[in-house]
Design a binder for this molecule. Sequence first.
Ligand SMILES: [Zn+2]
Length: 202
Amino acid sequence: MRLFRPGFVGGCLYPDSIFRIKTAEKLLFLSFDDGPDPTSTPLLLDILDKHNVRAQFFCTGRKAEMHPVLINQILNSGHQIGNHGYDHLDGWKTDSVTYFNDITRASGLTSDRILRPPYGRITYNQKKLLKSYKLIFWDLMAYDFDTTFAGESCLKVLINKIRPGSIIVLHDTPSSCANLILDEFLSFATSEGYRFELINSA
Ligand SMILES: [Zn+2]
């Protein structure tokens, strides 16, 4: 599995953060937030393995600490772990020092290189304090965590919205429909000529 580091597309709010990978190739970047979880993680790993697809798992430090065996299974299957904070704090509602300490507390359990800020938001000062991290956001969310939004609808969002370089966020939680739609989505994307890569965390 090669790690992909072409130019990336930044956002206006966070210019040096990654929202989508700039590429003309049919490449997709799959990520799962909020795990690991003893119910959902094994299901996701099985489906990913079946399709030989690697993904990035942005785990909270608290759950990583509770489920070290799952963390090892994720890594042993060739996936990457990213930092999603220890307690999933909302940067916009948390002072910068508390936020920095929370991310740092999670770093040894998850990653000290790649960070997905919970809720996709972080203040300028927090970002400055955490400048050693590469911030990875997303450009495609399927609302798989929304229990009022049926699995079929999530699948439709993914199928209709993927484009070369998309960073897709799904959730590694029992209430997410990700494990119900992943198999069909990966079959579809592959049949359309898409390949899945990891974002280089160097
Ligand atoms: Zn999250």
